[in-house]
Design a protein around this ligand. Structure first.
Ligand SMILES: [Zn+2]
Length: 309
């Protein structure tokens, strides 16, 4: 009886399959689709503009890697240490240093290389005579950490389908500048690049000013569009030029700056431009650490305190 029932069931199943047309290929396709959907639903990335006073430090966490872009200033090290701890960072797979000014590489020695295992380091390939830079280079050698100078056109893989496309510094600038400590304009040699995860995009600018923005717009205009802009040079009026903003066409701008800083960052002129574009603006001095979460389709910006400026 049991055998007969089994046979009937098998026949019924075969007939259902025949009628529904569930051939091998279609079955495969269904499995592939559901796997892709499952991945998309679970995929997520967090970008935190850390509240580290007058400097920059942005933490990017994908499901596979932890990436830190800049490390704020020497006298902001305790803030950086606390923020990385709060974010639950265990290891830094990639450290990107946009340019060798103290407010970007200040936390490398005392916090990042001291407290964490670091996979690889990327900078703009430009040497500096500063003590902080000299110690940074020495430490990388001692710890046997690979360093790579980024050049426009390169792309970094942050895992889980997340990419970082580099737009600057341009090859000519690196070729000339990487051989000498003389004649540098560090802000305008900043690493500029776009974080890409599905439909989510965010532009990172370091301290790039109009001087660096202009050639980027000329070379990459159509590729610059990004949902979020990390405002260049802490919201300085020397950055965020009209042409660059038009090309990036962001929906929101994030600014890293210290409360009551000596430079008056962010400058009123920049804020006016952002407001006229109806951007959502967040500042670390007023909003604390600013967290962006995304599934590669939509995104949320959650400030630690307060709302958009
Ligand atoms: Zn800076």
């Amino acid at each position: 009886m049991k055998k007969k029932l089994g046979l009937v069931m098998a026949l019924l199943l075969a007939m259902t399959c025949f009628l529904a047309g569930c051939g091998g290929k279609q079955a495969e396709k269904t499995v592939a689709n559901s796997a892709a959907q499952g991945n998309e639903q679970a995929a997520s990335m967090t970008v935190k503009m850390l509240n580290v006073g007058q400097g920059d430090a942005v933490l990017v966490q994908t499901r596979e890697q932890t990436v830190l872009i800049d490390t704020s200033d020497l006298d902001e090290q305790e803030k950086l240490r606390a923020e990385l701890k709060k974010a639950g960072v265990k290891r830094i797979d990639k450290l990107i240093l946009t340019h060798p000014h103290a407010d970007h590489i200040g936390g490398v020695e005392g916090v990042v290389l001291k407290d964490y295992e670091v996979g690889e380091v990327y900078d703009n390939g430009m040497p500096s005579k500063s003590k902080i830079y000299t110690r940074y280079m020495k430490l990388l050698k001692q710890k046997n950490i690979k360093r790579h100078g980024l050049v426009a056109g390169e792309e970094l893989d942050f895992g889980d389908g997340v990419k970082f496309k580099v737009f600057a510094p341009a090859k000519e600038i690196v070729d000339k500048g990487s051989k000498t400590t003389e004649g540098h304009d560090p802000n305008n040699e900043s690493v500029v690049g776009k974080l890409i995860f599905g439909e989510f995009t965010m532009m990172f600018t370091g301290d790039a000013e109009k001087t660096e923005e202009e050639p980027i717009v000329k070379a990459y205009g159509g590729e610059l569009q990004s949902k979020i802009l990390k405002a260049g040079h802490h919201g300085s009026k020397t950055s965020s030029s009209a042409d660059f903003l038009r090309a990036v066409a962001p929906e929101a701008a994030l600014i890293s700056c210290g409360a009551g800083n000596d430079y008056g960052h962010p400058h009123t002129q920049t804020m006016k431009k952002f407001h006229s574009m109806k951007l959502k603006i967040y500042e670390t001095d007023k909003n604390g650490t600013i967290t962006v979460t995304t599934d590669g389709k939509t995104y949320d910006i959650v400030p630690e305190t307060g709302g958009a400026q």
